[in-house]
Design a protein around this ligand. Structure first.
Ligand code: COA
Length: 423
């Protein structure tokens, strides 16, 4: 039995942010019905294709455990089916450009008329205000949410991060809003609107940078490397390279093999509580008592020199040796793992964090499984649906249409052709 068993989701999402959210709901046990345009489907099915004529990894890795229904929402019969879906589902999730759902005739007022218990959840680029009509993709959100201006090195341009905090991050935010609305419905009896704006989601994840913006009014940010380097601060939170961003100084340091391996690095944190162990480990026992080094405030203006010395030590070890030597001493370090190393890490396979999935068109591939583990709600990862694969069963089982009705719907052109899995 899974946490969301019995909950039906009308999944009107596409690309990354919305599908991330509904995939999480599916892993929690909801029946997620992905509604796609006949013959076209989610644009990502065909984007960044690696295997000819097969759904791309972009699509398959974001749409596990869902069922696919093709439906032309602009066809009269299609609209009828859509309204029936609204009546029988608990949650509608969408991430179209602003106004698209209204133009399909599904305004919030209409949805409430059809199903007052419906939770109507949307991802949009921006919340209400000057930019609310804009179409937004990942990096636009990273830029508008404050991430890009605070990422990268002081002497370089603003930088986007590889972590998809705008898309997948907002999908996560939306999922948490939906679950709260679902809980509230258990005693209010009513649905509600849930909005996750990508700018808001990114800013939420950049909270510490707004913290630093306000600290600037009271003096330099002493834990930033730039302070030790004597570089004055400007008016806005600067880019801080690989500085830790917290109260415990840290940096990325070279390890053995860095000359040829772009990922032979470790993150090293000189946490105050283990400073003495760090000194012993790197062969600087005098730093334990030297007043210039013994306390965290005394070290702030020489962090670069300290990390240079630690790096002389890390360069004599592989990143895994550094981990093995530091962990028993409680010194926090992290090897810089490449995606290749993550894909090959069997411990991640054992926990279900990385999962191998079989797909009728593309064969076996790796995906990231449910990132949160619930003891009473196991998530088994099942392959993504082919376009329109579940048309018949959804129309019959979920919506109760007879064989004749289904034939009429098909004849109207509302669902298009069905793609059969060659299993
Ligand atoms: N049947 C008929 N029409 C359908 C349909 C269906 N099943 N599904 C979608 N459509 C139509 C929509 O009604 C819309 O038509 P309209 O503009 O005539 O009203 C159209 O397809 C395209 O929708 P849109 O969302 O504008 O797609 P896009 O490819 O132009 O834009 C985004 C893509 C991502 C930029 C945009 O959807 C967006 O800004 N979304 C919100 C923010 C977001 O989630 N961004 C991150 C994506 S990872």
């Amino acid at each position: 039995m899974q946490a969301l068993k019995g909950i039906k989701v009308l999944d009107f999402t596409h690309v990354q942010s919305g599908p991330t959210c509904t995939q999480l709901l599916a892993w929690l046990g909801a029946d997620v019905i992905k509604v796609e345009r006949p013959g076209v489907g989610d644009a990502t099915r065909g984007q960044l294709r690696d295997v000819p004529n097969a759904d791309s990894l972009y699509f398959t890795m974001l749409n596990h455990n869902k069922r696919s229904l093709t439906l032309d929402s602009k066809n009269a019969k299609g609209k009828e089916v859509l309204e029936k879906l609204v009546k029988s589902c608990d949650i509608l999730v969408e991430n179209f450009a602003p106004g698209a759902l209204d133009r399909m005739g599904l305004t919030w007022e209409r949805i409430q008329e059809l199903n007052p218990r419906m939770i109507y959840a949307s991802v949009k680029g921006f919340g209400p205000g000057p930019y609310e009509e804009c179409k937004v993709y990942e990096n636009v959100a990273q830029c508008a949410g404050g991430s890009a201006s605070t990422t990268g090195f002081l002497d370089g341009p603003p930088t986007v991060t590889g972590a998809q905090i705008g898309d997948s991050g907002t999908g996560l935010h939306l999922a948490f809003g939906i679950l709260a609305a679902l809980y509230q419905r258990t005693h209010s009896g009513k649905g509600q609107r849930v909005l996750a704006a990508m700018q808001d989601g990114v800013l939420n994840l950049c909270r510490v940078k707004l913290r630093d913006q306000q600290r600037l009014a009271h003096g330099p940010l002493r834990e930033y490397s730039q302070f030790g380097q004597g570089i004055p601060f400007g008016e806005a939170t600067p880019r801080a390279g690989n500085d830790s961003g917290g109260g415990q100084p840290g940096k990325i340091l070279k390890c053995k093999g860095w000359e040829t391996d772009p990922n032979a690095y470790t993150y090293f944190i000189t946490q105050a509580a283990v400073w003495e162990k760090v000194c012993d480990l790197i062969g600087e026992p005098d730093w334990k008592t030297d007043p210039g080094y013994a306390t965290p405030p005394a070290r702030l203006d020489k962090l670069d020199a300290i990390f240079d010395r630690i790096e002389q030590w890390t360069m004599t070890k592989t990143k895994f040796e550094v981990m093995n030597l530091c962990n028993p001493l409680d010194i926090p370090v992290g090897p810089i793992l490449s995606m290749k190393e993550i894909a090959e890490d069997m411990s991640l396979r054992e926990t279900g964090t990385v999962v191998e999935v079989d797909h009728p068109e593309r064969g076996k591939y790796l995906t990231v499984g449910m990132p949160v583990k619930l003891s009473d709600s196991p998530a088994e990862v099942k392959r993504s649906p082919l376009l329109g694969e579940h048309n018949e069963e959804i129309l019959a089982e979920v919506l109760g249409y007879s064989a004749e009705d289904i034939e009429a719907i098909r004849a109207s052109g509302a669902i298009g052709a069905m793609k059969q899995a060659a299993e």
